[in-house]
Every structure is written in structure tokens, then in C-alpha cells.
Design a protein around this ligand. Structure first.
Ligand SMILES: [Fe+2]
Ligand SMILES: [Fe+2]
Length: 393
């Protein structure tokens, strides 16, 4: 790409300042669907260029959806009613987690993420030698970064869950949605408490996560909110929580994630039920194509862009280019596993709701994501099964 060539000719200090903007423009022009571009571009500008999530002040976003009332209170969706029952029985109190456990993020005996999460040999090959203590500290930074993004994602989930509860037409869906609002509130509570009292470090929201949240909170179409939040972001969350659950040597965090994963499995399940019939039967071909392209763009955003640039800026801004850092993170074993678990969850759900037509499959193939196509969707997997799979892996 021309802009990459131009970047390569710039002195490091100038490149460092210009590169994020070049990336933002590349990102916003990668879609071929003009409607998707129009829908995503304003969020892209707010998130990537203006960095609205990083100004240290609260953000306000207008919401444009219609609130749907039904004064007849029908029992209209048995599968959602069943999820509502399970959600009520599955409620738990964040205070009951083992908060008494002492956590030292730099303790090599009980690492939040294991040493081999990052490939330090690859960093050495680029001329960067870290001491043992520095490697442990960098690992702790990456762990704090991931947990901070979970927290920010949970805040997005809390508000999106409230919005979809208002917008959904199924009354059983509204009852179920009320439990998800409580779940997400609890997730905000426990992740924030963990970061605050155990990690002592909170990173700002990643620009790309901000773009996705901004786009779906402001979109007026209820099904796009569902798709963005209940399928894409929840899929991302399940992948990330699952990877960390598998890898962590810190018992308090493991218990916290175990509880959160069981809630999240219900959330994705709900998203699949709500969208399946709507996308397959009610949308026109053009509308379905637009959702399909939108989902693919967001999938690419999730695959390519959650690369801890906030950690890079803190640690390596003067030593590596963003491109070198992106490669280092992409190749690291921890992030590779994260992508695998995430897409293993996400792609079968897209198939289930009807957003994997023969038209889009070659795009997923080129992105290396078709290998996840045959997996189990959220409707076939309970939270307990998910955890059992993670324990067995
Ligand atoms: Fe959540
Ligand atoms: Fe959730």
C-alpha cells in the first residue's frame, strides 16, 4: 500500500506521530460496501481520529432507537422465556468472590498471564532485551490492558443491554433483557474492583473498541445493535474471557472469569435466538447483505486491531514502529490463542443467524477464518459446557 511505503521513508519520530492517522484512514476505507462505510465512518472519526474515549472526560452519545411497548404482555418466545428462568437462577453476588486472596501481578508463581503469552525471543531478535523483572512487568501491563478493555466493553454492554431491552419486540425478550442488564452491571463491578484493588492499573479504552461501541449505541436499527453487541462484542468477550480463564495462574481471577463466562454464554445465546428468524425471514436481500458486510468489517477490526497499542505507547514508542509492534503482538502465542477461541465462538454464531452466505464466505476464507465455520453455535452450548471445553483444552 502506498501509504506504507511513504511511512517507511519517514524518520522514526515523525512516523510515530503520523502512523495512527494513516492506520485510521486505511481502516475506514477497507470496506467495499458504501452503506457500511457511511454507517461506520462517523464512529471511526470519533474513535480513531478524535480519540473521544481518551480525553479524560465523560462521553455522551445520542441514541436513536425506538422504544417498543406492548401492553398485552404476551408469552411470545418460549426459548427466551427459558433463558429468563435460567438467568434468574444463575444470579450471583460479586461480593462472594474470594477477594481476600492477595494478588501480586508480578509474581511469577501465580502469573495473571503466563510468561509465554508474549514471545520474548522475537523481541530480542528486534534488538530489544528485557530483564527478567521487565518481562514480568510487561506481562502485567498486557494483563492490565486486557482486563481494562474487558471493563470498558462491559460498560458498553451494560448500556447496549438496556437499549436492546427497550427496542426488542418480543416481550419474553424484554424480561430476559432485564437480567442481562443486571449481569452486565455486576461485570462492570467485579472487573473494576479487580483492576482497582488487585492490579492497581487502569488503561484507557482502545480506540477500535470505542469505534464499535460508538457505532452500535448510536445505530437506530435494533438488529444492528443486537448484531454488534450480542454477537460480535459478546463473542469477543467470550473469546477473551475463555483464553484468560484457560491461561491464568491467579486463582481469584480464574473464579471471577468462571462466573462471568456462564453469564456471557446466555447473552450470546439470546442474541442468536433474537436474530436468527429476523435475518433469515424478515430482512430483504439488500438489508441482509449490509448486515453481512458490517459483521465482516467488525470481525476484521477485532482480528487485526486489538493489539495493545496503549501498552506499546507506554513501553516501546521510541524503540519500535507500530507496525513492528503489531506484528510482534499478532505472532505472540497468547494473542494467537485469543483469536482462535474468539473466532471459534463467533463464526458459528454468524452461520446460525444467516450471515455466512456463499457471497461472503470467500472473504472469511481469505481472512483465514473459515476453519471455524463448522463449530457449535451458542444455542448448542451452555455455560457449563463452555467451561468444560476450556478445562479440557
Ligand atoms: Fe458482560
Ligand atoms: Fe454480556
Amino acid at each position: 500500500m502506498l501509504s506504507d511505503k511513504v511511512l517507511d521513508t519517514l524518520p522514526h519520530e515523525i512516523r510515530r506521530r503520523v502512523e495512527p492517522y494513516v492506520e485510521a484512514v486505511q481502516l475506514m476505507t477497507q470496506t467495499n460496501n458504501a452503506k457500511v462505510l457511511r454507517a461506520m465512518a462517523p464512529s471511526g472519526i470519533r474513535g480513531l481520529i478524535l480519540q473521544r474515549g481518551k480525553q479524560g472526560v465523560p462521553t455522551t452519545m445520542p441514541s436513536n432507537h425506538r422504544v417498543y411497548f406492548d401492553w398485552t404482555y404476551p408469552n411470545d418466545q418460549p426459548e427466551m422465556r427459558e433463558l429468563y428462568q435460567r438467568a434468574k437462577e444463575g444470579q450471583w453476588n460479586g461480593d462472594d468472590l474470594p477477594w481476600h486472596i492477595d494478588v501480586d501481578p508480578e509474581n511469577p508463581e501465580k502469573p495473571i498471564i503466563p510468561r509465554h503469552f508474549m514471545d520474548y525471543d522475537a523481541l530480542r531478535a528486534r534488538g530489544i532485551k528485557l530483564t527478567d523483572l521487565e518481562e514480568r512487568r510487561l506481562n502485567a501491563s498486557v494483563a492490565s490492558w486486557m482486563l481494562s478493555q474487558f471493563l470498558h466493553g462491559e460498560q458498553g454492554a451494560l448500556f447496549a443491554a438496556a437499549q436492546v431491552t427497550e427496542a426488542v419486540q418480543f416481550f419474553d425478550g424484554k424480561l430476559y433483557g432485564s437480567t442481562q442488564v443486571v449481569d452486565e452491571g455486576r461485570h462492570v463491578e467485579v472487573f473494576h474492583r479487580y483492576l482497582d484493588s488487585k492490579m492497581n492499573k487502569l488503561y484507557q479504552i482502545n480506540d477500535n473498541l470505542f469505534v464499535i461501541i460508538d457505532a452500535l449505541i448510536q445505530d437506530s436499527r435494533w438488529d444492528v445493535k443486537f448484531l454488534g453487541m450480542q454477537i460480535m462484542v459478546e463473542g469477543l468477550a467470550l473469546g477473551a474471557f475463555g483464553t484468560l480463564y484457560q491461561m491464568t495462574g491467579e486463582p481469584m481471577l480464574k473464579q471471577l472469569l468462571k462466573m462471568v463466562i456462564q453469564d456471557e454464554a446466555r447473552h450470546v445465546h439470546y442474541g442468536v435466538i433474537a436474530l436468527r428468524d429476523h435475518i433469515r425471514q424478515e430482512l430483504s436481500d439488500a438489508e441482509r447483505r449490509e448486515r453481512e458486510d458490517w459483521a465482516f468489517e467488525v470481525a476484521l477490526l477485532m482480528r487485526n486491531r486489538f493489539l495493545s497499542f496503549e501498552v506499546y505507547e507506554e513501553w516501546f514508542e521510541h524503540k519500535l514502529t507500530r507496525k513492528e509492534w503489531a506484528q510482534f503482538v499478532t505472532d505472540s502465542p497468547g494473542f494467537a490463542l485469543f483469536r482462535q477461541v474468539m473466532f471459534n465462538r463467533l463464526v458459528p454464531n454468524l452461520r446460525e443467524i444467516g450471515l455466512m452466505s456463499d457471497r461472503i464466505k470467500p472473504h472469511y476464507e481469505r481472512a483465514g477464518l473459515m476453519k471455524y465455520y463448522g463449530g457449535a453455535s451458542a444455542t448448542q452450548l451452555s455455560g457449563e459446557q463452555l467451561l468444560a471445553d476450556l478445562d479440557a483444552a
